[in-house]
Ligand binder design. Sequence first.
Ligand SMILES: *Cc1c(COP(=O)(O)O)cnc(C)c1O
Length: 501
Amino acid sequence: MNYNSTRNKETVVSAAQAIAQGISEEGGLFVPQELPKYSFDDIKALCQTDYRGRAKKIMGDFLSDFTSDEISESVDAAYTAEKFGSDNPCPISYIESGEKKMALLELWHGPTSAFKDMALQILPHLLTKSVKKTYDGKEAVILVATSGDTGKAALEGFKDVDGTKIMVFYPLNGVSPMQKRQMATQKGENVNVVAIKGNFDDAQTGVKKIFTNSDIKEKLAENNMLFSSANSINWGRLLPQIVYYFSAYCDMVNEGKINLGDKINVAVPTGNFGNILASFYAMNMGLPVKTFICASNSNNVLTDFIRTGTYDKKRQFYTTISPSMDILVSSNLERLLYHLTGENAEKVAEMMKALNTEGAYTVDTEVKAKLDKYFWGGCCDDENTEKTIGELYKNENYLADTHTAVAVNVYDQYVRETGDVTPVVIASTASPYKFAKAVLTSVSSDKLPEDEFAMVDALSAKTGTKVPAPLAALKDAEERFSFFCEVDEMPQTVLNGLNIG
Ligand SMILES: *Cc1c(COP(=O)(O)O)cnc(C)c1O
């Protein structure tokens, strides 16, 4: 199976090339030329195997230039019980409330307590194998822009992986104290962490510019290095996410919650549009999904887009208690546009250009009709996020993090507006302990302790839930990275970090 660029249909690359390169030359994203199609019998077969078996089948169908041994090795190394706490890396918690049947798909049982681990534990394996196939002998330099969770998950996935170096940029004042501490204490010989004086979009734009800067690329080539990306623009990030939607469906069938062939809805707390897009790919491969509920926080550019067909990033940026969704430019939406325009790369390139130059674009009526058919968008501010966490805990004894709560709240809005109570898979994307302050405030009226780790302990004492071990260990970890720079210093910072400045 080969891959095209969303901005140029003439570009045709192998899976290994798409993963090694991360982003296409002209700035487009790689998309599969066709999708494997699964019948109900195929899905039934998936249901009869475990998570790793499902991952091998699905990823193997996309990575046709990998041997089945290479895929097995990658999957078996990534999704271990040691790293994810059990053989099923993403267990489901079911909540039935009135007519609502909610399956909270907990994607955060990995080493960094956020859903990014689901992809970033396997990406280094796929990436090093891809670089070997396509650029043998070169060292892969991974640049990451993060709104908090990707950075840590990428650092943890790539630390001390031979043939790779990783550098992470995060917004100085745009991540939670726990996220900051997770990154500042990162271990590994090949890692580097830098804060920038700007927001996440500045970091992401800065990284994209470095990727396409020919002077810098030349310098890397002279030193036998090449850039690659661990951001969700990389196909190797998106692909592993398709797996868990099929797997959740199978678990629900196996646990008697639905029958094979029944439709489900999917609700996803959305930032860069990667997670929800993976579920859209799953539907196009045969997973019976009716509606995709796209949940945003106060940075509700996607809600407006889904409702009006106009994407307009010219608006105030809010720093919220769900920082991993504080995004105004959702990169993966470009892939959706490519598919909804009938793979019209010229049109996509035009819209992306308009976004860059004018800050906005509007889709045509055909695309808008398809958006209406599949997607429902809603948003939830901080106050309602906290209210939702409090109610979920009080009424259902379920402790949700701030991102998951946004999805639960927006799902509730969806049901009230449409009356549709089709069983829903809600992506639960982080451990509540990653955002202890906001979660504790939501479930307790006691006076807040001042220190982040005291809050973690108080949350555990109050709710009788367990602190994930890697988060507990941060308390006494040594801080290694405190460097920060201006946005326009990012290119030089990269060269300095690689010792080729
Ligand atoms: C990254 C992240 C999101 C947003 O996911 P996208 O794929 O970027 O839409 C939501 N919640 C958490 C906890 C995250 O880390």
